[in-house]
Design a protein around this ligand. Structure first.
Ligand code: NOJ
Ligand code: NOJ
Length: 408
């Protein structure tokens, strides 16, 4: 059920957005798929290595990030499940590249956040480990493995995805998650060391999906252990809800990294509900605690960014968190992000509130480049696209948002 404040906000939009959203998404979805396919088969890099963006300076995103790659391959798994069979070789290549990442001698092992496109670990200074990565990777690979099992390809699944020993990509990640989820890591924005709502949400989902797969593949001891750990993660997640503040906090037990996120209010909570929610009401889009967090984010960002105070623009441009300063090449910014704005659209669509979702997609359309390409951020004063061009994750967000809209 949708709370009252939530509806009040909904009513403050006049729904003028709808007419252009459908045709735009119809053009944009195949464009997004094309970009993803191009970014995951770069000249000189093994197939399945996914660049976060073609941008090589200011900022340099020409790397395979474990998080981004998993989030980008996941909608391709959905398309494969729908019958786009030609995607299988690319998905298998991603699985193989992921296996190589796991075996590489990286500074923080499985928690390593990013690799050079040829698969060698990036050894420069960075916020590491980032423990959402292995969980997102396991979710994407497990969804694919489940589909292959349903197609009767059991031996392929055992060979390439999950065997009872620790020599397959999914089990390797599940073992890491189930043994180390309590340890502090850097958040999805790579800035804060601590315990994060987003990370725990995707870890819980990885373990639950993984347990089901392990059971099907005759590994019940592992399945029991993953389930048990997922329940403990669940208990730990309850602590992120702050009834006094009225929102879900992004991080507990701050141990290092940026120290200016004073409100602890972050769109990462919405992304956690989208990427980690399991449709059981536990911190998914239907959970009132998540909805209240969304309401707070909308209030905050609508007042914060100059481009949100202009009249006549649809929706609200959404950033990562109010105190953000990161502008791609420096820390003099703090801008709305495309993937954050689309996350709000996707949440509304999943709640069946299509007119609201359309407002936020229309807002992205308003700032998009003429050729449909989408950079990481929208400049807070001018609205122009800025920071990393053609951010691959944005194209994944287009696909998941369009899917949520058509399922509404
Ligand atoms: C790049 C990005 O991950 C951004 O979120 C972060 O603020 C900077 N690196 C600095 O860690
Ligand atoms: C910075 C973002 O904060 C982080 O989430 C992302 O993984 C990297 N950029 C690469 O896109």
């Amino acid at each position: 059920m949708v709370g009252n404040i939530f509806l009040a906000l909904a009513l403050s939009f006049s729904s003028v957005a709808a007419p252009k959203v459908s045709p735009w998404l119809e053009r944009q979805a195949p464009f997004a798929l094309e970009k993803i396919l191009f970014h995951s088969a770069q000249p000189g890099a093994p197939e399945g290595s996914v660049i976060a963006s073609p941008s090589r300076e200011n900022p340099d995103y020409y790397f395979h990030w474990v998080r981004d790659a998993a989030l980008v391959m996941d909608p391709l798994v959905s398309l494969y499940i729908d019958g786009k069979r030609e995607l299988l070789p690319r998905l298998l290549a991603y699985a193989e590249f992921s296996r190589a990442n796991q075996k590489a001698r990286a500074l923080t092992g499985l928690g390593e956040p990013k690799f050079h496109v040829d698969g060698t670990p990036f050894d420069g200074p960075w916020g590491r480990p980032q423990n959402d990565g292995p969980a997102l990777r396991a979710v994407t690979l497990t969804r694919l493995a489940e589909k292959l099992l349903a197609e009767g390809k059991r031996s392929l699944v055992i060979e390439k995805f999950y065997d009872g020993s620790n020599h397959s990509p999914i089990k390797t990640d599940l073992e890491y998650i189930s043994h180390y989820w309590r340890e502090a890591s850097f958040d999805l924005w790579e800035e804060v060391l601590g315990d994060h709502f987003y990370t725990r949400m995707v870890q819980r989902r990885a373990l639950r999906l993984g347990a089901r797969l392990a059971r099907k593949l005759g590994d019940p001891g592992a399945a029991d252990w993953y389930e048990k750990q997922s329940l403990e993660i669940e208990r730990s997640l309850e602590k992120f809800w702050d009834p006094k503040l009225g929102y879900v906090k992004a991080t507990l037990h701050h141990r290092g990294g940026l120290d200016y996120k004073t409100q602890n209010l972050d769109v990462a909570v919405i992304l956690g509900a989208l990427h980690g929610g399991m449709g059981d009401g536990f911190f998914d889009v239907n959970d009132l605690r998540v909805q209240k967090t969304l309401t707070r984010l909308l209030e905050e960002f609508s007042a914060l960014y100059p481009i949100n105070r202009q009249r006549g623009t649809p929706g609200i441009a959404i950033g990562r968190y109010p105190e953000d300063k990161y502008a791609g090449s420096d820390f003099n910014g703090g801008n709305p992000w495309v993937l954050a704005t689309l996350a709000v659209a996707e949440m509304y669509y999943r709640l069946g509130l299509a007119a609201m979702g359309d407002e936020f997609v229309a807002r992205v359309i308003f700032h998009a480049n003429g050729d449909g390409s989408l950079a990481e951020q929208m400049q807070r004063n001018t609205g122009y696209m800025c920071s990393a061009e053609n951010l691959t994750w944005n194209y994944a967000a287009i696909l998941t948002t369009a899917r949520a809209r058509s399922a509404r």
